[in-house]
Ligand binder design. Structure first.
Ligand SMILES: [Zn+2]
Ligand SMILES: [Zn+2]
Length: 363
């Protein structure tokens, strides 16, 4: 005897019958999902930074907030109980949720699968309400309260920070801010206090980010790092410590005359924490490694403001007469102590070292 569908009465000849239902009625009788994980798909958007939260976890929005919504939706749907192998095949297009106003919209989600080996896979569309509430994320809340974890101080050794260095520091900080990775949401700088030439203080949201920015700055500025910590307060009987990193820029600056491996050099460049030096006797120049570009290895013999001005009076190889422009004293020195191609009357800069006078570049 031929079977018929118990719902619509279709016969076996018209459509296969499984468990008493034709395939069309089977779909309605056996939905692919019984209900969603939660009735509504609830998100919160931060009105200050535009990030989104789902179930207490904030995620950074980079370009498109819809990407984050889909990421969270994936988690939501993974928790939704599905019949056997049902899969999400399509999530219908939806509107980009606003971060200023709460919004509600319906997402169309199509599942595909089958609960029964005898029934070919079928698709079913479900409506899910996406509710976006507006709030303020933990980071922005801390940020607006001026919260910070660590202080990064930038100072220089026995001298003011010069203008060029000031600009360089600002630029380096910006670079690090731009490149900070999304995962560390507390990687922010709460406050920058510019103490004019005395230094710069950064109040940083996470100790990890403070560490990153400290090593980045010290490498680029040929600086040394000092770390200190002190008790800030007690919370629930536990001590809270305040960490401070001090980035100390070296005493030496561009243009200074320094001792390196027992030879006198002038610093003719400082780039990415590497010092470029020129030998005052041989005029050979070289760039030191980051490790060697450190005050432990490069020691100031004369600061550039201690150089003296002279005028070339007469060139008579192997000697040259030069006159000090302040004292009018004229002396004869070895012609090799000054650069080539000078003419009578040229003004030159000389540095006085225990073993003689050497011409330096004006930098
Ligand atoms: Zn039927
Ligand atoms: Zn925020």
């Amino acid at each position: 005897m031929s079977q018929i569908c118990c719902k619509c009465g279709k016969s076996e000849e018209e459509e296969p019958i499984v468990d008493g239902f034709c395939l069309s009625c089977y779909k309605d009788e056996f939905p692919l999902i019984s209900s969603f994980y939660e009735k509504q798909f609830n998100l919160t958007a931060c009105k200050l930074c535009g990030d989104f939260m789902y179930h207490g976890r904030w995620a950074e929005v980079h370009d498109n907030p819809k990407e984050i919504v889909l990421e969270f939706l994936d988690k939501f749907l993974n928790k939704t109980k599905k019949e056997t192998d049902a899969q999400v095949v399509i999530v219908g297009d939806f509107e980009e949720p606003s971060c200023d106003l709460a919004s509600k919209q319906t997402l169309k989600i199509i599942f595909e699968g089958t609960p029964n080996d005898d029934v070919p896979p079928y698709q079913q569309e479900y409506d899910l309400t996406l509710m976006v509430n507006i709030g303020v994320c933990d980071r922005c809340a801390k940020f607006t309260r001026g919260y910070f974890e660590t202080i990064v101080q930038i100072r220089s050794d026995r001298r003011p920070i010069n203008e060029e260095e000031q600009l360089q520091i600002t630029d380096l900080i910006q670079q690090k801010k731009d490149s900070r990775v999304g995962e560390n949401r507390m990687a922010y700088i709460a406050k920058v206090v510019d103490q004019a030439k005395g230094g710069i203080d950064l109040y940083v949201g996470s100790d990890k980010f403070a560490k990153t920015i400290t090593s980045f700055l010290s490498e680029n500025l040929a600086a040394s790092i000092e770390y200190s910590t002190k008790l800030k307060s007690m919370k629930d009987g536990k001590p809270i410590y305040q960490s401070t990193y001090c980035i100390r820029m070296p005493y030496f600056e561009l243009g200074d005359v320094v001792n390196y491996l027992n030879n006198a050099f002038q610093i003719i460049g400082i780039k990415q924490g590497r010092v470029e030096i020129q030998n005052l006797k041989t005029r050979e120049s070289k760039t030191l490694s980051i490790k060697d570009s450190h005050p432990d290895h490069v020691k100031v013999l004369k600061k550039k403001d201690q150089f003296q001005k002279y005028i070339v009076v007469a060139i008579q190889a192997p000697n040259v007469s030069i006159m000090n422009t302040a004292s009018y004293e004229t002396i004869d020195i070895d012609i090799n102590m000054i650069f080539e191609n000078h003419q009578d009357g040229d003004e030159i800069l000389m540095v006085e070292l225990p073993y003689g006078l050497f011409e330096c570049k004006e930098i």
